[in-house]
Design a protein around this ligand. Structure first.
Ligand SMILES: Nc1nc2c(ncn2[C@@H]2O[C@H](COP(=O)(O)OP(=O)(O)O)[C@@H](O)[C@H]2O)c(=O)[nH]1
Ligand SMILES: [Mg+2]
Length: 357
């Protein structure tokens, strides 16, 4: 069985690529499964992939590396319960050191699995984050660079958003920076691009021995803890339609985060109703690139899941979201019930295994 692990920073396009790849493989009659991962418990990615009719398991409350047993259990359940041929596993966007903590343990304890590690990077963010970026703290940039360093394949994603000149510049930069890496340039919204990625991981030499990262866990832990985690589950109800209020709420949160100049890892919303599944993501791009038109819907009651990773104090993020909820309730005719709310700083990474090669 093939297990394709996706790493790479928050918002780089991992879930999008998995979703597209699964649809393509399913249309060819293959049985696919997905394992999602987050340190929170209410996951936008799981709900999104599930709504698309794909067998999904999740490791919550901890990353794959710190709960390897749960990861193994999920692989076994997808293999036995759903008889899948291929699994895509998306690791937490602020996680690294996967070769020593996931791939090496899998190659020792599960030699029957054919495992690959694709590390995704947003094409526009890549030159910023491997340079002397002041966007995130140095410890966060450190994680980003380490993720790329251990990739089997680097997937430079969202190339559709670059001009051809900028793409050429980027290709030159990346080739020089990673002369020995397999690199592909991708638009995950495009079928042909996804087929090229699937072809590349299909051809991968699964028996290749990988080199473990040399990594400073204190700096890695500092980077993880720099990004506050927020998960909210809301019920939004109205006597009329809920669309406008939801749109205003997302806009209000995004604007407030920007007004405090807080760097966004990701800020994503999943809105579901009787006939509705809508995912809206904001990432560390310019606000103009993040401008989104949210098509109308007709629903009196929707569920909204919010997942955020933002570089700031947890109290600030919690206050921004709670203030936005109050404002929208006052200014529109919706009632908002908070079903679950969790805001925290991730703890120090403590992998189950760390096997060095
Ligand atoms: N234009 C464009 N947008 C993309 C592409 N891949 C992902 N996105 C968008 O980038 C945002 C973050 O994607 P997501 O898959 O959630 O990233 P993840 O955090 O790495 O799983 C979403 O709004 C996606 O629609 C791409 O190749 N091109
Ligand atoms: Mg994701």
């Amino acid at each position: 069985m093939h297990v394709n692990i996706l790493g790479g920073f928050l918002g780089s396009g991992k879930t999008t690529a998995i979703n597209q790849a699964c649809k393509l493989l399913q249309s060819e009659g293959k049985r696919v499964g997905v394992i999602t991962n987050d340190q929170g418990t209410q996951l936008v990615d799981t709900a999104f992939i599930n709504h698309n009719g794909i067998a999904t398991k999740e490791v919550t409350g901890s990353c794959f590396c710190c709960n390897f047993e749960a990861f193994e259990r999920n692989i076994a359940q997808l293999a036995e319960g759903f008889q899948v041929d291929v699994i895509f596993a998306e690791s937490v966007g602020s996680c690294t050191d996967l070769v020593s903590t996931i791939l090496n343990p899998l190659s020792i304890y599960h030699q029957e699995l054919k495992v690959t590690l694709s590390v995704f990077a947003d094409a526009a963010m890549l030159p910023v984050l491997i340079g002397q970026s002041k966007l995130f703290k140095d410890s966060v940039n450190y994680i980003y660079r380490k993720q790329l360093e251990e990739a089997d394949i680097i997937v430079v994603n969202k190339i559709d958003l670059l001009s051809s000149d900028r793409l050429l510049e980027l290709q030159y930069l990346i080739k020089n920076k990673f002369p020995h890496k397999e690199i592909i340039y991708q638009n995950s919204l495009d079928e042909k691009s996804i087929l090229q990625w699937l072809d590349q991981i299909g051809k991968f030499n699964y028996t290749a021995e990988r080199t473990s990262l040399t990594i400073d866990y204190d700096l890695y832990g500092e980077g993880e803890a720099a990004l506050t985690w927020l998960d909210y589950l809301l019920i939004i109800e109205s006597d009329d339609n809920t669309h406008k209020a939801c749109e205003l709420l997302m806009e209000q949160i995004y604007k407030q985060v920007n007004s405090y100049a807080l760097p966004i890892g990701h800020l994503k919303f999943l809105i579901t109703g009787k006939d509705l599944v809508r995912k809206i993501s904001f990432t560390a791009r310019s606000s103009q690139e993040n401008e989104q038109k949210i098509d109308n819907w007709q629903e009196n009651s929707v569920e909204m899941l919010i997942n955020a990773r933002i570089q700031c104090d947890p109290i600030i993020l919690k206050t921004i979201v709670n203030d936005a909820l109050s404002t929208i309730e006052m200014e529109t005719n919706v009632r908002i019930e908070i079903k679950a709310a969790d805001v925290f700083l991730p703890g120090y990474p403590k992998p189950t295994h760390r096997i060095i090669t």
